[in-house]
Design a protein around this ligand. Structure first.
Ligand SMILES: Nc1ncnc2c1ncn2[C@@H]1O[C@H](COP(=O)(O)OP(=O)(O)OP(=O)(O)O)[C@@H](O)[C@H]1O
Length: 229
C-alpha cells in the first residue's frame, strides 16, 4: 500500500504549444480507490503512464511513498514498477507465442519470484476472471479474454498499487461487473491503492473518489458519495 503525491507536474510533447498534462498538486491516500474520468484526449492515459513510471518525468515530482520516480533511471523504474505496481494497459502488452497462463506468470518469472504458490494463485485468478483454457495461446483469444488475462497478470503479486486503464472496455456487462468485483476485492484484500481510468459509469461509481480531467488539468475531485445524481 503506497500513497501518491504529485507536485508541479507538466508533460509536454514536441510540437505542441501547451502541456498535455499540468498538475500543480495532487495527493492520493494509501489504500484509497480512485476513478480517473474525462473525455477522449483529456490526459488520462498520459497521467497513468507518468504515475506508473512508464514515461520519464521532465518537469515536476511524483512520489509513491518516499520514492520520487524522477530520481530513478529507466532500468530502476522498471524494477520498481515490477515490485510495486500491477498494471492493466489499454493495449494489454501480452506476449504472443505464450499460453494465457504463461502470460500471467511471465513478469513474476522475469523477476525470479515465481514459485508453486504463485502458480496456484495464477490458476485461481484465471478461473476467477471467468476463463477456462489456461493453455490457450494468447493470440487466439478474443479481445475481452485478453483483457481478463491482463487483469489476472496485474493482480498476481497482490501489488501495493493497482493501475488500470479502461479495464472493462472490451467486456460485456456481466464480465465487466465481474472484473470490477475482482479489482475491488484484490485491492481490499491486499490493501492496494487503486487507480482506474474509465468511461464505465457503473465501475466509476464503485470507487471512492473521482478525479475529472479536462485538457490535461484536474477540474473535479470529489468523493463519489457526494456526486449529485
Ligand atoms: N507522444 C505524444 N505526442 C504528442 N501528443 C501526444 C502524445 N501522447 C499523447 N498526446 C496527446 O496528449 C493528449 C492526452 O492524451 P491521452 O492519451 O492521455 O488522453 P486520454 O484521456 O487517455 O484519451 P482516451 O480516453 O481517448 O484514451 C491528447 O491530445 C494526445 O493527442
Amino acid at each position: 500500500m503506497l500513497s501518491l503525491k504529485i507536485e508541479n507536474l507538466a508533460v509536454t510533447f514536441p510540437g505542441l504549444a501547451a502541456p498535455v498534462l499540468e498538475i500543480d498538486h495532487l495527493e492520493i491516500a494509501a489504500g484509497s480507490h480512485v476513478a480517473l474520468t474525462g473525455g477522449s484526449g483529456s490526459g488520462k492515459s498520459t497521467l497513468i503512464n507518468i504515475v506508473a513510471g512508464l514515461e520519464r518525468i521532465r518537469t515536476g515530482r511524483v512520489f509513491w511513498g518516499e520514492q520520487n520516480l524522477a530520481d530513478l533511471s529507466e532500468g530502476k523504474r522498471d524494477q520498481w514498477r515490477a515490485q510495486n505496481i500491477g498494471l492493466v494497459m489499454q493495449d494489454f502488452h501480452l506476449f504472443p507465442g505464450l499460453s494465457a497462463l504463461d502470460n500471467i506468470l511471465l513478469p513474476a518469472r522475469l523477476s525470479r519470484v515465481a514459485n508453486a504458490e504463485l502458480l496456484k494463485r495464477a490458476r485461481t485468478l484465471f478461473e476467477t476472471v471467468g476463463l477456462k483454457r489456461p493453455e490457450q495461446h494468447i493470440e487466439t483469444m478474443s479481445r475481452g479474454e485478453m483483457q481478463r488475462v491482463a487483469i489476472a497478470r496485474a493482480l498476481l503479486r497482490k501489488p501495493g498499487v493497482i493501475i488500470a486503464d479502461e479495464p472493462t472496455a472490451s467486456l460485456d456487462l456481466e464480465s465487466g461487473e465481474a472484473v470490477g468485483d475482482l479489482l475491488l476485492s484484490v485491492a481490499a484484500d491486499a490493501g492496494s491503492t487503486l487507480i482506474v481510468a474509465s468511461h464505465d459509469q457503473r465501475l466509476v461509481e464503485r470507487l471512492g473518489r473521482r478525479l475529472s480531467l479536462k485538457s490535461g488539468r484536474i477540474i473535479g475531485d470529489v468523493p463519489v458519495g457526494e456526486i449529485a445524481a
